[in-house]
Design a binder for this molecule. Structure first.
Ligand code: SF4
Length: 391
């Protein structure tokens, strides 16, 4: 069966850098967007040209950063280049990550006309104090507008991102946010625990005792409460941090969790294909230079591009481990022993029998027929499970 790729495009521009963010994104570089769009198109063509055959893709995802800073006309240019370079399936999913403070009804209409069929809004909280603390540029009224405009523009597949475990957040405060968000009737919700990343203002403030964050038990209570409420509201949890109405899972992200091939374009983008895990140079200007002087740095070996700066060969052993790490994030689907045997030609128990038996004995993993998956308890302790599958 021909491989169906997932295509990821990184848009590393933001109007302001949020205090907790450690993504590869830059504020104040928006003047470079036109050049960046050109470079993305060139990278799309170069990678497609280096492939041994014309590639087929079934998902396209613009993430960031703030992809919604690009104009519909710029997206049109990128999408045309993708169409010219890849075979796209008829059920193509095209997702856009958008910041609620950066969308308009007109732009959303244009994007829908271009074929975008999934929008993911970075809401994070409905509480004004929390939004200010996070240094988000939007308030909750922007979220209400963005959702209403997305619906009017024709989008029927909407994700809202929320963060819990925020500074001074109480269970009651979190409940208010979730209840308000449910009133917006999204098809999909992503709930992430705040992590204090080194090098961010939040990381520095907490190091100096200036930022009180909820203890892990309080964050676990928020997570468990949300899981129950979302289930009652008709959502299915399908990944540790993701809930969807039936049939509305994010197909692009499923590709990662199923450890299937994807290509990444743009500054800092990652890819995994052809037995290699690769990543691009982080800085926008270096990305532009490397793509513009593509002849000098040109790598003709698929899936490399002139912007690739890291590449790691994936051994079968590592591919098996990664299949466990990512597949076990899928709370229902888990890792199927049948699929594992079909993919690797060896039984899962032969490779990971000891680890699996121990984790099942600890009630962190369970068998559901041929499917190995996290228990409810295991979902809270995912990292303790995943680490057992790494050498
Ligand atoms: S909008 Fe998103 S990507 Fe940009 S700085 Fe804030 S958290 Fe980071």
């Amino acid at each position: 069966m021909a491989i169906k790729y997932a295509l990821y495009f990184h848009i590393p521009f933001c109007t302001h850098r949020c205090a907790y963010c450690d993504f590869n994104t830059y504020a104040g570089h928006e003047a470079l967007i036109p050049q960046y769009v050109e470079a993305l198109c060139r990278e799309i063509e170069l990678v497609a040209r280096s492939a041994p055959e014309r590639l087929s893709a079934h998902t396209i995802f613009f993430g960031g950063g703030t992809p919604s800073l690009l104009t519909p006309a710029q997206f049109e240019i990128i999408l045309k280049t993708i169409h010219d370079s890849y075979d796209l399936t008829s059920d193509l999913e095209i997702s856009l990550e958008a910041n609620p403070g950066t969308v308009s009804l007109d732009a959303l209409r244009d994007l829908h006309d271009l074929g975008f069929n999934r929008i993911s809004l970075g809401v994070q909280s409905a509480n004004p104090v929390e939004l200010r603390q996070l240094e988000r540029i939007h308030d909750y009224f922007d979220v209400i507008d963005a959702v209403a405009w997305a619906r009017r523009a024709g989008f029927d597949n909407l994700n809202l991102d929320l963060i819990f475990g925020l500074p001074e957040q109480t269970l009651h405060g979190w409940q208010s946010t979730v209840n308000l968000i449910l009133g917006l009737h999204p098809e999909h919700l992503s709930l992430y625990a705040l992590t204090l990343e080194h090098g961010t203002p939040f990381g520095r403030w907490s190091q100096h005792g200036l930022l009180p964050v909820p203890d892990p038990d309080a964050a676990a209570d928020m997570y468990e409460w949300a899981g129950e409420v979302l289930e009652t509201a008709g959502f299915e949890q399908y990944e540790i941090s993701n809930w969807a109405k039936p049939g509305r899972q994010c197909r692009h992200n499923l590709q990662y969790w199923r450890n299937l091939p994807y290509l990444g374009f743009g500054a800092g983008a990652h890819g995994c294909a052809g037995g290699l895990r690769i990543s691009n140079v982080l800085r926008i200007k270096t990305f532009l230079e490397r793509i513009q002087s593509g002849g000098l740095h040109s790598n003709s070996t698929f899936p490399l591009s002139p912007a690739t700066v890291n590449q790691t060969q994936i051994s079968t052993r590592v591919e098996m481990q990664e299949t466990m790490l990512t597949g076990l994030r899928l709370t229902r689907e888990g890792v199927s022993a049948l699929d594992f045997a079909a993919r690797f030609g060896v039984q899962i128990q032969v490779v990971f029998g000891r680890e699996i038996d121990e984790l099942v004995a600890l009630s962190l993993l369970e068998w559901a027929g041929p499917v190995l998956r996290l228990t409810k308890h295991g979902r809270l302790l995912g990292n303790q499970v995943f680490i057992r599958f790494v050498d």
